[in-house]
Ligand binder design. Structure first.
Ligand code: NAP
Ligand code: SF4
Length: 675
């Protein structure tokens, strides 16, 4: 008897059957653009072997004007079709199914050739789109249908027509972007003509026994978005036009409401898909912030959808479904929705990977092969660097002992998990605990390793982490000054008015921690929706709440400071920095850059501005919290060097500057792959 009867139930589509209710949603990993087809095939085949019923590729451009960026991958030539055959053959060989997403970006295309229903520039692209004429529209439809036919030729089991997230098809649907007065604009009948025509022509191009998924924007989260009646009407029309399955799209890319970040509650939008259940006869897929088999099972058992789509969780663990089916859910590496190695990489022009699993999209290059000789390996420090080293080393057959001076594992992750909006870190630490245990790794908690204890090992890995940097501000020894460690460990009384020195990742985290009461909106969907202004598309078009964002008042008055004269939070994650900044602004946090710290006294923090140290100002504060970055903790590494014992130094103990768990885990895993 499985714990996941709904999740693991097959789904009969008539001409074919899906093995279970799990779709790996489309992700733009950048792999296709490498043109290393063995690498692309290995990525998908590993996931097919891991049991997911159906996968959707990253978006493929139907033509050059519709590509997300110039040169975006697509099936344009016979060689392209042959290349994609390598992928589909390997997926089928591994027992899986795969559909190709056709993505026409419309005005979101990052290039001067972009086209749209009307010449309305998007706020997230510098390129004003060209308005299409009748002939141009026909060309787009024909190109999309051709792309679908080529996908079939390349061996795909289906296509997903991308109709959501504010891309081309979505742009026709709403008056926000469609100002036309011809038969493609004006009434809803006219505005939905393009998506419906596209699905009809795709179906005609691929025949009856081919999966056609249509991704439909069920809540646009932009002004003048679709009404719920329009969503239902479109869904019915798309079904009639020949779609096999409807997938859920949540929010346009230009929406100012987070939809997939870690601070978004789990399954925050499954209620939207549920509204559509019963309106159409074809299966519905729900998505967004579903990252464990338990959450997925709950969503399905409550009748919110027929299938669930998870995307990033398959970067974190390719064996998600297989482990769930084997009763090993605790061993599924969790996606913590941080975006740090996936979307942030994509938007930075780099190949995606995963903070938790550096092998993601690097499967052919980073391999954990059995070690020729099983060594005794000591690892000092049970933070992300040490734990990832331990897991990979043990997987390769080494005998691993971890020394940790704290009486629990986790290192800095234990601070992150205390921050409202970062609750996913609990799951990450739990996964490490379960995995270390399953791998038979010896954990010596509460043990400060010394040179003597480490002598007997074949390899020593120092992952002792970091120490807080001393900002050396006159008065910092006063009773009103705390370190971020005291605050995040909940071991100190913090006053009503707080000045935070340093606005890096930790300064932002501490501010978030201090402006919230006991409740975290991430743990309370109703509260989160109110804070961000998410309403019901049945009541307001696009689902934006009429009252707008209504955050709870902050529990403290916080001022966040830095010396750099640049926007605070500029160096936070590319795709999540705006969320942290907006969240703190909503809580009235004052952000001041370009300061010199003069001194701290009982009235607060005294600062000045500029090289000439002008315009002295007192930031009145009951408490000053120091978040001035970190320095490596290398005392043990130095002692080993003095004793002539070689060691590997990784993570924060190696380089503390702008350290994050992504770099620590990557470095640890790569080291262990070669030990
Ligand atoms: P950081 O990002 O390096 O930021 C250090 C801050 O301290 C900066 O604002 C810096 O600004 C200031 N600072 C540096 N030297 C100073 C000095 N001598 N006196 C006063 N201020 C000084 O370090 P962090 O905030 O400790 O963050 C690193 C950790 O944050 C990592 O462990 C990471 O995992 C975690 N984290 C990352 C994220 C993320 O989004 N990537 C989010 C949360 C937490 P000025 O030099 O301009 O004053
Ligand atoms: Fe999930 Fe973060 Fe990995 Fe992306 S990098 S897949 S968000 S854990």
């Amino acid at each position: 008897m499985t714990d996941y009867p709904h999740l693991l139930a097959p789904l009969d589509l008539g001409f074919t059957t899906l093995a279970n209710r799990v779709l790996m949603g489309s992700m733009h990993t950048g792999l296709e653009e490498t043109r290393d087809w063995d690498r692309v095939a290995t990525f998908y085949a590993e996931r097919a072997a891991g049991g997911v019923a159906l996968m959707v590729t990253g978006g493929m451009a139907p033509n050059s004007e519709g590509g997300v960026f110039p040169g975006a991958a697509g099936l344009f030539t016979d060689q392209d079709i042959a290349n994609h055959r390598v992928v589909t053959d390997r997926v089928h060989g591994a027992g899986g199914k795969i559909a190709m997403q056709i993505l026409h970006a419309g005005r979101y295309a990052y290039g001067p050739e972009c086209v749209a229903p009307s010449p309305v520039k998007s706020p997230i692209s510098p390129f004003p789109p060209k308005e299409l004429d009748e002939e141009g529209i026909e060309k787009q439809i024909a190109d999309i249908a051709t792309a679908a036919a080529r996908a079939r030729e390349a061996g795909y089991d289906g296509v997903e027509v991308m109709g959501s997230e504010g891309y081309f098809l979505n742009q026709f649907l709403v008056t926000h972007t469609n100002k036309r007065t011809d038969r493609w604009g004006g009434s809803y009948e006219n505005r939905m003509r393009l998506p419906v025509e596209v699905v009809k022509r795709v179906r005609a191009a691929v025949g009856e026994d081919f999966i056609v998924i249509y991704r439909l924007s069920m809540i646009d989260l932009v002004p003048d978005g679709s009404t719920w009646d329009e969503v239902v009407r479109l869904a019915k029309a798309i079904e009639r036009a020949g779609a096999t399955i409807l997938n859920t799209g949540i929010g346009w890319h230009e929406a100012r409401i987070p939809t997939i970040a870690t601070s978004v509650p789990r399954r925050a939008f499954s209620w939207v898909t549920k509204k559509l259940m019963g309106e159409v006869a074809i299966p519905l897929i729900t998505s967004n912030r579903i990252n464990t088999p338990d959450v997925a099972e709950q969503v399905l058992s409550e009748g919110c959808a027929d299938m669930v789509s998870m995307a990033r969780p398959f970067l974190a663990d390719s064996q998600f479904v297989a482990k769930a089916a084997r009763g090993e859910a605790a061993l599924i590496a969790p996606c913590i929705a941080c975006n740090q190695a996936c979307l942030d990489h994509t938007f930075g022009g780099k190949i995606s990977s995963c903070l938790v699993n550096p092998r993601a999209c690097h499967e052919t290059e980073l391999q954990y092969r059995p070690a020729a000789i099983s060594k005794r390996i000591a690892i000092v420090g049970a933070g992300p660097a040490g734990m990832s080293t331990a897991l990979v080393a043990a997987e390769r057959g080494h005998r691993v002992t971890i020394f940790e001076k704290d009486n629990r594992i986790g290192g800095q992750l234990n601070m992150a998990r205390e921050v409202p909006g970062k609750e996913e870190f609990h799951g990450l630490v739990d996964w490490y605990a379960a995995s270390l245990n399953a791998a038979g790794i010896e954990l010596r908690l509460g043990k400060t390793a010394d040179v003597g204890a480490l002598k007997e090992f074949d390899e020593v890995v120092i992952a002792t982490g970091v120490l807080p940097r001393d900002p050396d501000i006159p008065g910092q020894d006063g009773p009103n000054v705390l370190s971020y460690i005291d605050v995040l460990r909940g071991q100190a009384d913090v006053g009503e008015r707080v000045a935070i020195v340093g606005a890096g990742g930790i300064g932002f985290d501490v501010a978030e921690f201090l402006v919230h009461g006991d409740e975290s909106p991430t743990e309370d969907l109703a509260l989160w929706k109110t804070e961000w202004g998410v309403g019901d598309p049945s009541e307001t078009p696009g689902g934006l709440a009429l009252a707008g964002p209504q955050p709870d008042p902050p529990t403290r008055k916080v001022t966040l400071l830095q010396r750099k004269a640049e926007k605070l939070g500029k160096r936070l994650g590319k795709t999540t920095g705006w969320i942290h900044r907006s969240a703190l602004k909503m809580k009235g946090v004052e952000m001041i850059g370009g300061v010199n710290y003069e001194r701290i006294d009982r009235n607060g923090l005294h600062v000045s501005f500029g090289e000439a140290r002008e315009s002295p100002k007192l930031i009145e504060a009951d408490t000053v919290v120091l978040c001035a970055g970190q320095v490596p903790e290398r005392s043990l590494a130095d002692a080993l060097a003095d004793a002539g014992i070689g060691c590997h130094v990784i993570g924060g103990a190696d380089v503390a500057a702008e350290l994050d768990a992504k770099r620590a885990i990557d470095q640890g895993s790569r080291l262990a792959a070669g030990l």
